[in-house]
Design a protein around this ligand. Structure first.
Ligand SMILES: [Zn+2]
Length: 225
C-alpha cells in the first residue's frame, strides 16, 4: 500500500466511526497537546470525597450567597491571658499553685539526670482558654456530622484551630481542667534509655510531688499530687 492510499484509508475509517455515533455534529479536531488535555478533563466526583472537598465543589456549583450553616461560629477570645496564649505565649505561671513551678522544674531535672529531655510547654490556663479549646473540639465533632457547603468557612477555621492546639476529635477535651486551677503542667519529655518510659516518668513525677494521670491519652500532662 502506498503512503498516500494508507492516509486515505485512515481518514475514511475515522470518519465512518464518528458518523455512526452522532449524525451531523461536525468533527472538531482538538489541537491541545496531550499533556494539557488531561488537565482539562473534569475531576471525578465520587462518594469518597472528604467533606471539605465536597463543600468546595458544592459551593462552586451553587454560588456562595444563600448557603446556610446550622453550626454556630466560634466565639472570639477576649480574655487577655487567653489572647496572650493564643498569640504564641502559652507558658503562664500567674495564678498557679506556689508548689507547681518548683515541682515542674524538679521533674525536668530528674528526667534529664536520667538521660532524657524535658521542656515545659503549658501551666496556667484561664477558663476562657479552656472554653475555647473545648469549643473548637465541640465544633469539630459537629462538623464531622455535617456536610452543608455553607459551613465551609467554619470548617477551615476549626481545622486551623485543631492543628494549632494539637487537638483531635478522638481525644476528649474537658470542660474544666486542672490547668485552670493552677495545679497542672504540660511537659514534653523523652526518656530514651528507660525500658518502660511511661512507668519511669511516673516514678520521677512522684519524686517531684506530681502525678501522671493520663499516660496514654495525654503523656505531657502532670498534676500536683
Ligand atoms: Zn495538661
Amino acid at each position: 500500500m502506498t503512503k498516500r492510499r494508507e492516509e486515505k484509508k485512515q481518514a475514511a475509517t475515522g470518519r465512518s466511526k464518528v458518523a455512526r455515533g452522532r449524525k451531523q455534529a461536525p468533527v472538531q479536531k482538538d489541537k491541545t497537546p496531550r499533556g494539557d488535555r488531561r488537565e482539562a478533563r473534569p475531576r471525578k466526583r465520587g462518594a469518597k470525597q472528604a467533606p471539605l472537598v465536597r463543600a468546595l465543589d458544592q459551593r462552586q456549583d451553587r454560588g456562595l450567597e444563600e448557603l446556610a450553616c446550622d453550626i454556630e461560629a466560634l466565639t472570639p477570645l477576649v480574655d487577655p491571658l487567653a489572647l496572650e496564649m493564643e498569640a504564641g505565649h502559652p507558658l503562664i505561671w500567674d495564678d498557679t499553685d506556689p508548689a507547681l513551678r518548683p515541682a515542674a522544674n524538679q521533674l525536668c531535672a530528674l528526667i534529664e539526670a536520667d538521660g532524657g529531655t524535658a521542656s515545659i510547654s503549658s501551666a496556667f490556663r484561664p477558663q476562657a482558654y479552656q472554653d475555647h479549646l473545648r469549643q473548637v473540639w465541640d465544633r469539630a465533632k459537629e462538623l464531622d456530622a455535617n456536610d452543608q457547603p455553607g459551613c465551609l468557612d467554619l470548617r477551615l477555621e476549626v481545622a486551623r484551630e485543631l492543628g494549632k492546639h494539637a487537638l483531635s476529635t478522638s481525644r476528649l477535651v474537658g470542660k474544666t481542667s486542672r490547668h485552670t486551677q493552677g495545679r497542672a503542667v504540660d511537659i514534653s519529655w523523652r526518656l530514651p534509655d528507660a525500658e518502660d518510659a511511661s512507668a519511669r516518668v511516673a516514678e520521677l513525677a512522684a519524686e517531684a510531688g506530681l502525678t501522671h494521670p493520663f499516660p496514654a491519652q495525654d503523656p505531657p500532662h502532670f498534676e500536683l499530687a
